[in-house]
Design a protein around this ligand. Structure first.
Ligand SMILES: [Zn+2]
Length: 635
């Protein structure tokens, strides 16, 4: 069986293409690798000719820490991470593999997982989304587990990743039978690709790169010649409507990562082939081409622009990513969420406001937050502009912090609802896209919180956590203790065997009031805390040193859009406040800005009006009560 698959690899046009582009010796290495891939014992898989990781054109000034270097301490974020890790660690492996085995005609034991994940023939949009994209999120579950292993060092998690990669590899054959008649081949391949490269990078899986190579060959016959917009897909001959929903424009990020991690130039060529020039070109020139586009996948595509910039060195892609995210910011809700009904609106027409009355699908939360964290991480690392940290923080506290956890039966949180009459609900179908991004995002909370520079460390998120690193060959540990943003303070404590000179950069959010204060060992820092900048604390740090930051978090009103300046949300520091219970019929802006906290221990706020008292609450504290984000306020 395997040798037949291998001979079919050789007969593909792609192999001929490779033959032309690579040396004979290189081609023999490749073919040797494919033969090795037919057996999956670690001994044989070790023969896979992994090149050394590829060099890139641009190295950002800030780097991410390794996953294990940052540990979350008890908080809602640690709980989310632990819960996701636990759910996916205990997910039945036969069930996870079932759609792949079924579509290959292999024995497929185990239960159907249900929802979008199943392989069945009753998918019929928009009424029935059962079996929408069989096995779509397998790669994301694998990625989430690989990252969770890197954070925790859990052997059970690592072993599960290795078993899943091996068993998945057995379902991959070059004709890509899996993708025959499949609605969104690029969508699922992209997620599988991410899972496999993460299994290699973060879970040290010996088979993952070889399986990735074969999975790529299997998908290629089903991918178009270039990235296609949805308009282009609609214009081409297609079957059912779902065949026009594929997301080829998100492929370059993982192709570039596969290139960077394996050193195989073929992946770089594929990444370049799928760069959506019709999207990034206008964005780089400041032209807003977002309206009407599918929101999450087009924010996700900005990360492909960033990998294009980092690998190829063309600044056009950096401009595209920066401008694109700026345009997203300009049509965001006060929570940081964006894309009502999963689409970007035409600016300047009051359409964000209009969405408050027409939809409950205001923001695709776990996927959107995952994409938002990725692009803000890339841009923060590249530009050192703290406002990308502000953007990430706003997203963290107002969206994902309030998402219901993924349950072991696949019940998931999907849309945040900002409708004038809103409720928090679970999604109709089990195992949707958002069940795949949530475990990846939660594993990334730690590495999103701190960054390393040549001269020190950047403190970006104020979450209870501990980061350990080597500073000029001295092992340093920074422990952050905080109940932020409920408390308006955070403490950083240093532990190190000997004094060392370096700079600690602390993000001072753009909204911070003038009373924001930073103290080092109890004395006021000798540099000003400037809102919207990283504050640089350079000194010789020693064991027991501490930094205390006290943020002034003024209340402010944020209008839904320029056309509706009187439809406002109340925001305190990074937190949007939602009205719960009875909403007064008349309310003024002055009354909203005079809101007071119910008590020191409570997260609730009170606004007094002539027509009654209104209670406001952060999204993370809302359960099943009705709520409303935007109020029509007079004056
Ligand atoms: Zn989603």
């Amino acid at each position: 069986m395997q040798s037949r698959w291998i001979s079919r690899i050789f007969s593909t046009g792609y192999s001929e293409h490779l033959m032309k582009k690579t040396s004979r010796r290189r081609f023999m290495q490749l073919t040797g690798a494919v033969v090795a891939g037919s057996a999956v014992s670690p001994r044989v898989a070790a023969a896979w000719p992994v090149n050394s990781p590829a060099s890139v054109a641009v190295v950002p000034p800030l780097s991410v820490f390794d996953y294990q270097q940052v540990q979350l301490l008890p908080s809602v974020f640690r709980e989310q991470f632990d819960r996701n890790h636990d759910v996916f660690l205990h997910l039945d492996e036969d069930a996870m593999l079932k759609p792949f085995r079924q579509r290959q005609g292999m024995p497929s034991p185990g239960a159907d997982m249900g929802g979008w994940y199943d392989n069945a023939d009753d998918f019929s949009p928009p009424q029935n989304f059962h079996a929408f994209i069989p096995g779509h999120s397998f790669g994301q579950y694998l990625s989430g587990l690989a990252r969770a292993y890197a954070v925790t060092g859990s052997h059970a998690t690592q072993e599960k990743v290795h078993r899943l990669v091996r068993a998945f590899g057995e379902t991959v054959e070059p004709s890509g039978k899996f993708y025959r008649g499949y609605h969104l081949p690029a969508y699922t391949y992209d997620k599988t690709s991410c899972g496999l490269i993460d299994a290699h990078e973060f879970a040290k899986c010996p088979d993952a790169l070889e399986v990735h190579w074969r999975a790529t060959q299997a998908a290629l016959p089903y991918l178009p010649e270039k990235a296609l917009s949805r308009d282009e897909q609609r214009a081409r001959q297609h079957g059912m409507v779902a065949d026009t929903w594929d997301e080829t424009y998100t492929l370059p990020e993982n192709f570039f990562l596969a290139y960077r991690r394996s050193g195989r130039k073929e992946y770089r060529d594929l990444a370049v082939r799928f760069i959506e020039q019709d999207y990034f070109g206008p964005l780089a020139d400041g032209q807003n081409v977002l309206p009407g586009e599918h929101a999450y996948s087009h924010v996700n595509a900005l990360s492909s622009a960033m990998q294009s910039y980092l690998v190829l060195g063309d600044e056009k892609y950096l401009r595209a990513a920066r401008n694109g995210l700026q345009m997203v910011h300009e049509q965001s809700f006060a929570t940081g969420g964006w894309g009502p009904d999963e689409a970007f609106v035409i600016p300047g027409k009051g359409l964000l406001d209009a969405s408050l009355g027409t939809t409950h699908a205001s923001f695709e939360t776990p996927c959107g937050a995952y994409g938002h964290f990725k692009i803000t991480r890339y841009l923060l690392r590249t530009t050192r502009d703290s406002r990308y940290g502000d953007s990430m923080e706003r997203m963290l506290y107002n969206t994902i912090a309030g998402a219901f956890p993924v349950m072991s039966d696949g019940t998931s949180f999907y849309y945040a609802d900002y409708n004038n009459s809103a409720k928090k609900v679970h999604y109709r179908d089990k195992w949707p896209c958002c069940s795949g991004t949530f475990p990846q995002l939660a594993a990334d909370y730690g590495i999103s919180s701190y960054y390393k520079s040549d001269d020190g460390i950047y403190v970006n998120l104020f979450v209870p956590s501990r980061v350990s690193w080597s500073q000029n060959n001295t092992q340093a540990t920074l422990t952050q203790t905080t109940n932020y943003p409920h408390a308006q303070t955070t403490q950083l404590a240093f532990s190190m065997p000997r004094p060392e000179t370096f700079t600690v950069y602390v993000r001072i959010p753009g909204w911070a009031g003038p009373k924001t204060n930073v103290a080092v060992n109890g004395g006021r820092a000798d540099v000003p805390a400037e809102p919207g900048k990283f504050m640089a604390l350079k000194r010789t740090w020693k064991d027991g040193d501490r930094v205390e930051v006290e943020f002034e978090m003024p209340l402010r009103l944020e209008a839904i859009d320029d056309q509706n300046q009187n439809n406002v949300a109340l925001v305190q520091g990074p937190i949007a406040l939602f009205g719960v219970g009875d909403i007064p019929s008349r309310i003024t802006k002055a009354q909203m800005l005079a809101a007071s906290r119910v008590s020191q221990s409570s997260d609730d706020w009170t606004v007094r009006t002539d027509s009654g008292v209104m209670t406001l609450r952060p999204f993370a504290k809302i359960m099943d009560e009705g709520y409303r984000l935007y109020m029509r306020a007079e004056g």
